[in-house]
Design a protein around this ligand. Structure first.
Ligand SMILES: Cc1cc2nc3c(=O)[nH]c(=O)nc-3n(C[C@H](O)[C@H](O)[C@H](O)COP(=O)(O)OP(=O)(O)OC[C@H]3O[C@@H](n4cnc5c(N)ncnc54)[C@H](O)[C@@H]3O)c2cc1C
Length: 380
């Protein structure tokens, strides 16, 4: 007999996890042995490393992500980091973010959508200041020119309170997982192969659900349903290059995040995250290929500017992300922000019958807070 649930969630990335936190009587199918996807973790030499995402924004009092976690009964233990990150340029470290002024537009728009009228001018003015390209690439997956509203929202993002967990996202995921088990089931090592109406066929048997939530990229959705219900993006997207280091010796650092500003040709906005458990995750964007000499330069900066002695543990690029997250061509950047992509992704990911779509292809702001927004608006 088929095991039945009210909801089946396919994919245990943050889109699926934040959906599950809102539901009862559900099952989450996760293809690998760990939850989290691009925001997951792995263990090497007895140490926990972050696969990709390392921090979460809007975690201050009355800020959006924190309120969400509290509303689902999660009490998270983290350090607040208010100035977002320091920038490393020409061997010097400085902070630019703390100088930027935030108007708190994100929370205002979220809490009162009609306040949009107040910001109409921002919707049509362009910002074309190359100085901000590196930080905008991380938050918006694109560089200038951008419409002012997106730029302002990015500043909100950087000026909000960022959370740092001792062991990175492992701490967050373990708490979420515990909470999920109270109201549903989590099946790891269970890859969904096909969905036929309400029947879900996996490598571990068949299941039935009234409603099915796909936390998968549009290419996979089409493959699993065996029909072209999703339009796939026709632009080339960013891949991630991620370097994992183990700290051997370090001077006391006053910060945890560093953005490297350099004129690299192939790796864009490389970003260093340092954890109290003695691990480092460095991630950057690239398209098509990257040059090894740029990786060497990044490692030199860790050694010479941050004065950290380390052991190189591993490097992941598009083939590793394709293998471990099943994302098409290893694309992990989501869609670059633009009005066109906003409309495209929201329309593409609209509810169809009993099928729902969550995750970063259906809300083009690649981050954990955006998965939370997506699941809260679109599961209704
Ligand atoms: C290098 C990097 C750094 C980042 N840094 C940050 C950051 O610091 N802060 C932040 O907020 N965001 C960050 N992000 C963005 C954030 O990680 C992603 O937007 C978010 O994790 C995407 O979640 P998702 O659920 O949409 O997709 P995914 O994480 O891709 O999750 C999909 C899940 O589905 C599973 N799956 C796939 N196919 C199947 C199948 N057939 N059956 C069952 N399971 C399946 C996969 O194994 C995976 O676990 C970063 C992303 C990257 C790549």
């Amino acid at each position: 007999m088929l095991k039945k649930y009210k909801y089946a969630i396919i994919g245990g990335g943050f889109g699926g996890l934040t959906s599950g936190l809102r539901l009862r009587d559900f099952v989450i199918f996760e293809a690998t042995d760990k939850l989290g996807g691009c925001g997951g973790y792995f263990i090497r030499n007895g140490k926990i490393f972050n696969v990709g995402a390392t921090t979460i924004a809007f975690m201050g009092k009355n800020e959006y992500s924190k309120k969400f976690f509290e509303s689902v009964g999660l009490k998270l233990d983290f350090l607040e980091h208010n100035k977002a990150f320091d920038i490393i340029e020409n061997g010097k470290i400085y902070n630019k973010i703390s100088e930027l002024k935030s108007k708190g537009i994100f929370n205002k728009l979220y809490e009162n959508f009609f306040s949009i009228i107040k910001y109409l001018g921002h919707f049509f003015n362009l910002v074309n200041d190359k100085e901000f390209d590196d930080i905008l690439l991380i938050s918006l997956q694109r560089k200038t020119p951008v419409f002012r509203i997106f730029y302002e929202l990015s500043i909100d993002y950087y000026k909000s309170v960022w959370a740092i967990f001792k062991n990175g996202y492992y701490d967050l995921i373990s708490q979420i997982e515990k909470k999920l088990m109270e109201n549903g089931e989590v099946l790891k090592n269970t890859k969904v192969l096909k969905v036929i109406e309400n029947k879900i066929i996996t490598n571990n048997g068949e299941y039935y659900a009234d409603k099915i939530i796909f936390n998968l990229d549009p290419w996979q959705v089409n493959r699993i349903l065996d029909k072209e219900i999703m339009k796939v993006p026709n632009e080339e997207l960013f891949n991630a290059i991620v370097i994992y280091l183990e700290i051997e010796e370090a001077e006391k650092l006053s910060n945890f995040y560093f953005l490297i500003k350099d004129n690299f040709r192939t790796i864009h906005s490389p970003f260093i995250s340092i954890f109290q458990n003695g691990t480092i995750t460095i991630s950057g964007h690239y398209k098509k290929f990257y040059e090894d000499k740029e990786i060497d330069k990044i490692l030199e900066i860790v050694k010479d500017v941050l004065k950290i002695k380390f052991k190189l543990v591993s490097i992941a690029d598009k083939s590793a992300f394709e293998k471990y997250t099943s994302r098409y061509k290893g694309y992990v950047g989501g869609l670059p922000i633009s009005y066109k992509n906003l409309i495209f992704s929201l329309y593409n990911g609209r509810k169809r019958g009993n099928y729902y779509f969550v995750g970063d292809y259906y809300f083009p702001l690649q981050s954990l807070p955006s998965s939370i927004i997506r699941s809260s608006f679109f599961l209704k």
